[in-house]
Design a protein around this ligand. Sequence first.
Ligand code: NAD
Ligand code: WQD
Length: 332
Amino acid sequence: MNILLTGGAGYIGSHTALVLAQAGHNVVLFDNLSNSDAAVPEKISSMAGKKLPFVQADVRATDLVEKALREHRIDAVVHFAGFKAVGESVAVPIEYYANNIHGTVSLLQAMQRVSVKTLLFSSSATVYGLPQYLPIDEAHPTHAINPYGRTKLHVEEMLGDVARSDAAWRIMCLRYFNPVGAHESGMIGERPNGIPNNLMPFIAQVASGERERLQVFGNDYPTADGTGIRDYIHVMDLAEGHAAAVHYLQSHQGWDVINLGTGQGYSVLDMVRAFEKASGRGIPYVIAARRPGDVPACYANPAKAKRLLGWQATRSLDDMCASTWQFQRNRV
Ligand code: NAD
Ligand code: WQD
C-alpha cells in the first residue's frame, strides 16, 4: 500500500515508517520538523534500504496535504503529527487546540477531497483520565483531565462522527500507553528538547551523566514500592501494532478504538533498576513530591488488540532499556 505518515519524522512515526517500509509498503513522510530532526528521513531511508519520499510541510496547509496524497497515490494515512506535552498544553492550550484539532480537520478535508478514507490516529491512554479499574480496557469511561488529553478525545469523537457520516471511512484510534525504547541499532529514537518530561529519557540522561539525578515523583502511592506504575511499551512493538492495524483496516469499515500496551505494569523504581542493569551505570535518585495530575497506576488490557489485530507486544523491559541506552550513547 501507499501510506502517508504525518509526523513521520517524529519518535513513533520514524519507527513505524521503518516497520511499514520493511513490510513492503511505500511510505511517504510528511512532517514540518517542528519537533524532529531534518536528518531523520535520510536515516530511515538508509535503514530501510530504499528512499522514502519526504514532504516538509504543515498538516494545516490543506492544499499541500492534498497534493501529497494525489502525487503519491496514497491509500491510507497514519496521523502522528501533533503536540504531546501535558504540562505545555496547560500553559499554551490554544497552540494545542490549533495544532492537534485544526491539524486533524485539515487532514480530513484533504483526504475527503481525494477520496482517501483509511486513517489510523495516534491517540493516548491519557483519554481514560483517573483509572476506575485496572487493567484498562477500551470500555473504560473516558475523561480527559488536561488540554492535551482533551485534544485527543475531541479528535476521537470527531473521527467517530466522520465515520458515521459515510460508510466508506475506515478509521482506527490507537490508544498508546507509555512508548519507550528505540530501534535496536540506536540510529533513531526519542530526542526530547530540553529537560525531558518523561521518565525513560530522563533516566537515560542521568545514566549518561547529562543530568545529575532523577527525581522520583512520590513514593507514597498505594503500590508495592510506593512509586507510580505504568505500562511501558517498546516503540518497535508499537510500530508493529500500526502495521497490524493498517492490515486490519483493509477489510474493516467504520470507526474503532484499540489499546496498544503490554498489560504489564512497572514502577518507577523497577525502571531505574532495569536501566542500571542495561547500562551498567548507577542512576542516582531522590524522592520528590508527587507530580500534580499523576495517577498511582495505569496499565492496559491489551486483549482487543490481540483479538482484532492478531498483535501483541513481545519485547521485554530489558529490550526497552538496552535500546534506549544504545540510542543515548549514539547521540552524546
Ligand atoms: P513527536 O513529537 O516525536 O512526533 C510528532 C511529529 O509531528 C514531529 O516530528 C513534529 O515535527 C510533527 N508535527 C507536529 N505538528 C505538525 C504539523 N502541524 N504538521 C506537520 N508535522 C507536525 O511525538 P511522538 O512521541 O512520536 O508522538 C506521535 C503521536 O503519538 C502524537 O500525536 C502524540 O500525541 C501521540 N502519543 C505519543 C505518546 C508518547 O508518549 N510519545 C503517547 C501517546 C500518544
Ligand atoms: C511515568 C512515571 C511519573 C518523570 C505521559 C503523558 C501521557 C502519554 C505518555 C502522550 C510516573 C514518574 C516521571 C520523572 C518520575 N503521552 N516520573 N520522575 O505521565 O505516565 O504519561 O507520557 O500521550 O499522556 O501524561 O509518563 O514518563 O512522564 O511518567 O518519577 O522525572 O514516572 O510520576 O509515575 P506518564 P511519564
